[in-house]
Design a protein around this ligand. Sequence first.
Ligand code: CTP
Length: 410
Amino acid sequence: MATTSQNLSGLRILLIISGSVAAYKSLDLIRRLRDEGADVRCILTSGGAQFITPLSVASLSENKAYTDLFSLTDEQEMGHIRLARDCDLVLVAPASANIIARAAQGLADDLASTVLLATDRPVMLAPAMNPVMWQNKAVQDNVQTLHKRGYRVITPGAGDMACGETGTGRLPEVPDLVRAVCDFFQDNAPLKGLSALVTSGPTFEPLDPVRFLGNRSSGKQGHAIAEALAMAGAAVTLVSGPVQVPDPARVRVLHVETAQQMLDACLKSLPADIAVCAAAVADYRAAEPAEQKIKKSGEAGLSLKLVQNPDILATLSQSNRRPKLVVGFAAETHDGLENAKQKIDRKGCDWLVLNDVGGGKIFGQDENTVTLLRRDADSKLDAETWPELSKKDVARRLADKIAETLPRSA
Ligand code: CTP
């Protein structure tokens, strides 16, 4: 049964289960991490598979259990590089002496060791082995090496071992492992104590009771940004236009339809330390939406009188309650960089994420190629183009950049 406080909701953990008799505890660990709201993907090493089966791992995680580096179907579905990166933490539990040694050596001869080499995510090890093995200088040196490289190591527990010996080397109990993971996220939340306001999705501007002016924005990018900021510890309010994507975890969501409603919701959500305007706000609305359905009236066509909508990004940028950092988006079909430079000045924001939407690209897709333009303290403009990334990875990178810029206030 799920606990009431879900400390890991919205987070994905890649759990590597290696060969130790303690692997049986990993099955309960999967359940308890999920109870905390985490999405758990598992890699079972060949040693781990001597103790528990891929079927039980897959059933409990409700995700595929990955076992094989050279599995064509896995590579097509996911790819080991994506598996290594598309998570918030890699947890090796139990970590056998063997996988610790292979990671320390930088070997890449199976899926687990390759993922450990390829990941750019934090790694946490929960070693479990016989006490004499644990005390062996070779193991201790390897653990030290990994620790120096930034791995977090959970000290094994002391007591009776499955092999009949007594000493230090037991995998800690599952609640202790879950607590270590929760503490890790709590302590490492770089935006803890800061608040963020994010706009996302399109706006719909009514023409009559059944029709509206809208656009193709899916909200995927803005929602991913709200989630990434929340995962980085910020208290996030997301003001969302009408979208199909679900509300992100751990985010306060205000649903709106029109640009005016979006602006009102944003102003009500101030003060905020960070504002990211990712919404594709309709520039115009009908001057006077018809109260009844507009009927066809002959061959003459129809003229609509439109008036300009408020500019939410410019309003926030110029507000006397201006967030410390205001980030806008620019969707451009041509002359992207030049238009973006002008836009950053016109709107008065600090940063601008430039999207090339020429030829119908981006809308609704899962990938995005963006250039981040930043005005530094001396008003110099710095442009950084990122490779094609998933929208979630763009969001994570942006959250990382924001965290580097804004000192956390708690
Ligand atoms: N934006 C906004 N409110 C508006 C229009 C745009 O907050 N009424 C924000 C968007 O959320 C985005 C940025 O302004 O962060 C730029 O949006 P874009 O559509 O590229 O620019 P426009 O101001 O509409 O300019 P143009 O359409 O002329 O390129």
